[in-house]
Design a binder for this molecule. Structure first.
Ligand code: RIB
Length: 294
């Protein structure tokens, strides 16, 4: 079984569905409200575990009720939580999500996720050393991402950096990461609005730009390619990117070609959007395989 270490956030998602998205200063009546586990790190850990990987999560929760639910949910999904600690006196991370007009808008309050420091990660180095691939996102402190990138380079480990939410990255982090998976908006911020084709050519088989319904774009060393996504009726796109990243990491660790990895990841992501909640539709391995045969 392949091993994945996820260094990242875990949160409770507070999700409101509404026919209309309020403008600034406006109040509208919503349709429903649910509270479900989320956070980009936890989502990616759960998605990878459902796809058959042996996953260890390195993260922090608050010493509150949400923290208990987040931990319980990770365990229920067979994610190793030996390195997920409650932080005394801190609230768990929360994501405040509006689902409206076919899309989401999200405000993340990091809470305990801000305590995932370089020192904290260092304590879990053994898990990183043992992993086939390491995953990280950007809902944790920037210096932790920098530390992890350097550590992975030193240990000769592949790091998949999902640069979400968007923020600038140092040249060193870009260089030390094995894979970068920005969406189009994150790509613009990461590479200062530079010409896409030029940047892709500089990062063969490393930079994978996710373009939603259009698919995923990358440069394979010879040509620029777009691997198409699958068309489905979307109920909630929250967590689709996390599912994509996890499935891509699983497939890479299993030694599949990049095209195969992207088809597998796109299929998994397309299934994830068919149910409500970031983790609600995240598929198990068999569902993705069935989906690929259909
Ligand atoms: O990527 C989706 C996740 O982003 C949500 O689960 C929410 O927690 C936000 O962090």
């Amino acid at each position: 079984m392949i091993k994945i270490a996820v260094v990242g956030s875990s949160s409770m998602d507070l999700v409101v569905t509404s026919a209309k998205r309020p403008k600034a200063g406006e109040t509208v009546l919503g349709d429903s409200f649910i509270t479900v586990p989320g956070g980009k790190g936890a989502n990616q850990a759960v998605a990878a575990a459902r796809l058959g990987a042996d996953v260890s999560m390195i993260g922090c929760v608050g010493d509150d009720f949400y923290g208990e639910i987040i931990l319980e949910n990770l365990k229920k999904n067979r994610v190793n939580t030996d390195y997920v600690e409650p932080v005394t006196g801190s609230a768990s991370g929360t994501a405040h999500i509006i689902l409206s007009e076919g899309d989401n808008s999200i405000i993340v309050v990091k809470g305990a996720n801000d305590f995932i420091t370089p020192d904290y990660v260092q304590k879990a180095q053994k898990v990183i050393e043992d992993a086939d691939i390491i995953m990280v996102q950007q809902e944790i402190p920037e210096e932790t991402v920098e530390y992890l990138a350097e550590l992975c380079k030193t240990l000769n480990k592949r790091l998949l950096l999902n640069p979400a939410p968007a923020r600038k990255l140092s040249e060193a982090v870009i260089h030390q990461s094995a894979f970068l998976t920005p969406n189009e908006h994150e790509f613009e911020i990461l590479f200062n609005g530079r010409d896409r084709a030029e940047v892709l050519t500089e990062h063969p088989n490393k930079l994978f730009i996710t373009e939603g319904k259009n698919g995923v774009r990358y440069f394979d060393g010879h040509e620029e390619k777009v691997v198409s996504s699958f068309v489905v009726e979307a109920v909630d796109t929250t967590g689709a990117g996390d599912t994509f990243n996890a499935a891509f990491a699983v497939a890479v660790a299993e030694g599949k070609s990049f095209d195969e990895c992207l088809i597998f990841a796109n299929r998994a992501a397309s299934i994830s959007v068919t149910k409500l909640g970031a983790q609600g539709g995240m598929p198990h391995r068999e569902e993705v395989e069935r989906g690929l045969e259909a």
